[in-house]
Design a protein around this ligand. Structure first.
Ligand code: ADP
Length: 370
């Protein structure tokens, strides 16, 4: 059986083909989707993906693809498992677009186009929010009028769950402890920190949308909500403008005034650029604060995982973050950390500290294989 995984975002479409027997990756690509490229729409990117799949000779025809896993960002409160896509689910994903307007419509566009090209395959939605179906009310309810949750679904949902689940399950195996209390830090363009016990999520930093929590590449993370009132009332900025600032003009980009990319910021910091140095300080400090905050939900830390672009590579971020948490009795083996080894904690550290490469596409393939 061949399994195709589709991960459609606002500016790219990632696909990966797996052998369903051993989950080896057969072929993959990332196709840019923007007005200036040859593939200005998700539908055209998918058409191009289908052509590439046939040209790869890993399949003799598109009919070889029996299952397709689609990453869908928002599954609301209802979907805690991968779900086969039928008319009803398409309607539900559409409905959820009102609370996930930046993500679900794109995911839906990819699903509808893909169903056209692969009408005989079984299509599944794998939700970014599902991993958080186990979080208790004390973690997901905001202190705003309860009816905003009850009538309008306003609560913390959590995102990037597919990645957190993948690295957490791997860590449970490395630790040889099925009940381990783990804090996973996904540090990519989007950033979130999740606490779990025995692979069940208990709390996370992202909220009603993927804007809450940690500082990200271009997103501000948690800030005083009253800043929005001030920008609107006193500085007369429109809501669209404020949204653009929070989503696209904040985070590492705003702090460094260099780039959203940690690699660029680090390079400048080595040349003693003050804003680059301060950006790295601020990011590591906030990360330590969120790790400490998350630990309250699991009352202990058996392991901390670093994953995604920054987590897997930026040893200086890991070093400064763990240094800010030394009062927890945790410390790094500095050499192992510099080499980004799998286990980077020191022998005396109270918690294990791990670097694990995430693989969302593999996680999706595995989840829809049974
Ligand atoms: P996403 O969350 O979109 O899946 P990635 O996991 O690919 O993102 O992470 C992308 C980010 O990781 C980049 O924006 C960059 O800041 C950072 N990154 C990638 N490689 C490195 C590296 N070698 N050192 C430091 N940061 C890196």
């Amino acid at each position: 059986m061949k399994i195709l995984v589709i991960n459609a975002g606002s500016s790219s479409l990632k696909y990966e083909l797996f052998d369903g027997k051993n989950f080896s990756s057969l072929t993959e690509n990332l196709i840019e989707v923007n007005k200036k490229s040859k593939t200005p729409t998700i539908e055209l990117a998918l058409k191009s993906a289908m052509k590439e799949l046939i040209a790869s000779r890993k399949i003799s025809s598109l009919n070889d693809i029996e299952r397709v896993g689609h990453r869908v960002v928002h599954g609301g409160e209802k979907y805690s498992k991968p779900t086969e896509i039928d008319k009803k689910l398409i309607e539900e994903i559409k409905k959820l677009s009102s609370i996930a307007p930046l993500h679900n419509p794109i995911n839906l566009e990819a699903i509808l186009a893909c169903k056209k090209y692969l009408p005989n395959a079984k299509h599944y939605a794998v939700f970014d929010t599902s991993f958080y179906s186990t979080t208790p009310e004390k973690a997901f309810l905001y202190a705003i009028p309860r009816e905003l949750h009850e009538k309008h679904g306003i609560r913390k949902y959590g995102f990037q769950g597919i990645s957190h689940k993948f690295v957490t399950e791997k860590a449970l195996k490395i630790l040889g402890n099925k009940k381990a209390k783990i804090i996973s830090c996904h540090l990519g363009n989007g950033v979130s920190i999740t606490a779990s016990i025995g692979g069940k999520a208990m709390d996370t930093t992202m909220g009603f949308t993927p804007l809450e929590g940690m500082i990200m590449g271009t997103r501000c993370g948690s800030i005083d909500p009253a800043i929005t009132f001030y920008l609107s009332k006193s500085l007369k900025l429109s809501l669209e403008k404020i949204e653009e600032i929070y989503l696209k003009k904040s985070g590492l980009l705003a702090l460094s005034e260099i780039s959203w990319d940690m690699r660029e910021i680090y390079k400048k910091s080595l040349k003693k650029d003050k804003k680059a140095i301060s950006t790295i300080e601020i990011f590591s400090y906030h990360l330590a604060k969120h790790i400490a905050e998350m630990s309250a939900s699991i009352k202990g830390i058996d392991a901390i995982i670093f994953t995604a672009g920054i987590g897997e590579n930026a040893f200086y971020i890991r070093e400064k973050t763990i240094d800010n948490l030394s009062h927890f009795g945790i410390s790094l083996d500095k050499k192992a950390n510099r080499l980004s080894k799998e286990i980077i904690s020191s022998k005396t550290s109270k918690s294990k500290i791990l670097v694990i490469k995430t693989d969302e596409e593999l996680q999706i393939a595995k989840e829809i294989s049974n």
